[in-house]
Design a protein around this ligand. Structure first.
Ligand code: WT7
Length: 647
């Protein structure tokens, strides 16, 4: 029997969604999704209210996913203009800089509106309009939110690239999206270290296939020296200053694209996940209100970077659509020391805190003292996202960080889902450490076996979703076929998540992790094929196989097996060079933790690499290799086991 953490009575009494509400509304949401979502859609301000609600078929011949298809709205109006009358002087964003000695900044809804309008006008004056793509490569500063909302205001499609990606990764994304304009900063600042953002953009735009970019806007942030290439490069301030602080919003159809966000899949090429305006915004706003039990006076802090979907949905679009006060933190949890998160909580009286298990595990290693030296009395709700949270970390988060007072919402979702799909609602659903618990309104999860048969009762298998929800991605940008093949062909008629899951006797879901070739390193998604492609680009590498292995802090680490071309010699220098090469090709987040020379890789007679065996070797479980007799050359396994890297 697993332990149960019931909803605290005091919390239940004031919750946005109570137990009875959840049961009643969930039942309605799956029985009559049209009625349910028509009502929910009234949370948004529409220019033309939708009369058509759900229009979905997952069938091959008839495939379509459309929500609110005759509705019109503008996302920036929903996040800004509609709050001006009642919340104009309320803080929309609190900016907490990397350096704790620097002054935090508070941006009201009125000021944010004006800043967004000025940039939107500037973008229009630079020839950017509805449907054009804009790449945003910025640190966690207010301009990142301003840039996203300015795009939304004029109907341009933003594609945010995480600051930890390299020039090559920027170029891949610019090329695939055909971006006309890039918004970046001179440098980023994280944990006291500078990140050369503008220099990375310069290097990216020297690479082939990036000539769609006409303009680069540069925010002066650290004041560091940068190369300005005229007339392409323009200082952000110079372009924005003097622009009017109002701007006519573009009328967008609910199904017009809002953004593209690249994420890793099981092939070498990241997918451009496309989200549209109406369904995405409604789903982000509704889940943010219900899952985080949002109240008017809350100070809400999500520690994600805007470069990930969590930052899109739960720093920018969800909170601002709800008129919330959201905190943006430029830095890292360990700088200047392991107490930083909690000091920021105290400084800004944060009430709702949302972070990733990897951060919790890293902080847990530093013990209770850095937490206990702070008050944290303002906190009332904690959240977790990005990977399964181990019960030990869950309990530490609950007892030490939340002083056993605050419910925890363990929220399962994906870049593709736009918003949270499986989660406790904190006033309605009792928690079990390590379980994402029950589906959100309208979400119909199921567990299937390998043949796609839906399992009943307590069971384990692959996690699928039987019906659509408004926040669902609409396509892989420029590749409808890949969208269908990736998500809807494995189990016909269902959306396949790529995750494995278990359901217990109470109907609670326990996500067990990816069942495809995607690994999750510190909550960042990385395709093993992407790292392999990067490695084989090196002239000395003949072949590479990359797997994930369990890592105490990161959840999973990256383990690479490399076969050199004939005549090349293995050396520590080459090993370092290859790791640096991956950092350059993809970015620091994809650096292999271990790299092992593999004179041969375990392959079937048809030449397929047996990753199962490589995973077992990497996780130091040589007794669980299973049947190796079907290998073309079983002897390679022994030498790999003998030369395994790591503890
Ligand atoms: C994958 C999606 C959702 C925003 C951040 C990651 C894993 C995510 C949980 C959770 C267990 C989780 C899944 C999923 N994941 N949240 N609460 N419990 N696993 O978005 O980069 O698209 O990654 O992250 O494996 O498929 P993403």
């Amino acid at each position: 029997m697993s332990d149960l953490y019931p909803v605290p009575e005091g919390f239940a009494a004031q919750a946005n969604v109570g137990k009875a509400d959840y049961e009643r509304d969930y039942a309605e949401s799956v029985r009559d999704p049209n009625a349910f979502w028509a009502r929910a859609a009234q949370r948004l301000e529409w220019m033309t209210p939708p009369t058509r609600i759900r229009d979905v078929s997952y069938d091959r011949g008839d495939f379509r996913i459309r929500w609110f298809a005759d509705g019109e709205l503008n996302a920036s109006v929903n996040c800004l203009d509609r709050h001006l009358a009642t919340r104009g002087d309320k803080t929309a964003l609190v900016f907490e800089p990397d350096d704790p000695a620097a002054e935090p900044r508070h941006v009201t809804y009125r000021e944010l509106h004006a800043r967004v309008c000025r940039l939107a006008n500037a973008l229009r004056s630079l020839g950017v309009g509805k449907g054009d793509r804009v790449t945003i490569y910025l640190p966690m500063i207010v301009e990142a939110a301003v840039a996203m909302l300015a795009c939304a205001r004029i109907g341009a499609v933003h594609t945010v690239v995480f600051g930890g990606f390299s020039a090559n990764s920027i170029a891949d994304r610019v090329r695939d999206s055909g971006s006309k304009l890039v918004i970046t900063a001179d440098e980023g600042l994280r944990g006291g270290k500078k990140v050369p953002l503008k220099a990375n953009v310069d290097a990216a735009l020297k690479l082939p296939g990036t000539t769609s970019v006409e303009t680069v806007l540069v925010v002066r942030h650290t004041g560091g020296a940068v190369d300005m290439q005229m007339p392409r490069d323009r200082w952000y301030d110079a372009v924005v200053d003097g622009q009017p602080d109002s701007c006519e919003p573009e009328r967008m159809n609910a199904e017009d694209p809002l953004f593209i966000l690249y994420t890793s899949g099981s092939t070498g090429k990241p997918k451009g996940v496309l989200h549209t305006t109406g369904g995405y915004l409604l789903y982000a706003a509704y889940t943010h209100w219900a899952v985080f039990d949002l109240k008017e006076d809350d100070v809400y802090w999500c520690t994600a970077d805007v470069g990930w979907v969590t930052g899109h949905s739960y720093i920018v679009y969800g909170p601002l659509a709800n008129g919330a006060t959201a905190l943006m933190f430029e830095g890292v949890p360990s700088y200047p020391d392991a107490s930083r998160f909690w000091q920021v909580v105290d400084r800004h009286k944060v009430t709702i805190f949302y972070t990733a298990p990897t951060a919790i595990r890293a902080l847990m290693r530093d013990g209770d003292e850095p937490v206990k030296r702070t008050s944290r009395a303002s906190l009332r709700l904690l959240g977790s996202v990005g990977e399964p949270i181990n019960p030990e970390a869950w309990r530490w988060y609950h007892e030490v960080v939340g002083d056993s007072r605050c419910p925890i919402v363990d929220t399962w979702w994906q870049t593709e889902t736009g918003g949270i799909l499986i989660t406790p609602l904190p006033g309605a659903i009792d928690a079990k450490p390590g379980s994402a618990t029950l589906p959100f309104f309208g979400v119909r999860p199921a567990i299937v076996d390998a043949a796609g048969n839906i399992q009943e009762g307590a069971c384990e298998g692959n996690l699928v979703l039987l019906d659509s929800w408004p926040g669902q991605m609409r396509t892989v940008y420029g590749d409808d076929q890949r969208f269908f093949d990736t998500y809807f062909s494995t189990y016909p008629g269902m959306y396949f998540t790529g995750d494995g899951a278990r359901r217990d006797e109470d109907g609670y879901y326990w996500i067990t992790g990816r069942v495809d070739d995607v690994i999750n390193v510190s909550g960042h998604r990385i395709g093993t094929a992407e790292v392999e492609s990067a490695l084989v680009l090196h002239p000395k590498v003949a072949e590479a196989a990359v797997v994930g292995f369990p890592h105490d802090v990161k959840g999973q680490g990256i383990y690479a097996y490399v076969t050199l071309v004939a005549g090349e010699t293995e050396s520590d220098e080459l090993l370092k060079e290859l790791v640096a090469h991956v950092r350059k090709e993809i970015g620091p987040i994809a650096s292999p933790d271990f790299l092992q020379w593999a004179p041969g890789l375990p392959k079937t007679r048809s030449g397929k690499i047996m990753r199962r065996i490589l995973r077992k070797i990497a996780e130091n479980a040589p007794d669980q290799l299973g049947d190796t007799s079907t290998l073309a050359d079983p002897s390679v396994v022994d030498s790999l086991v003998k030369n395994r890297q790591g503890a």
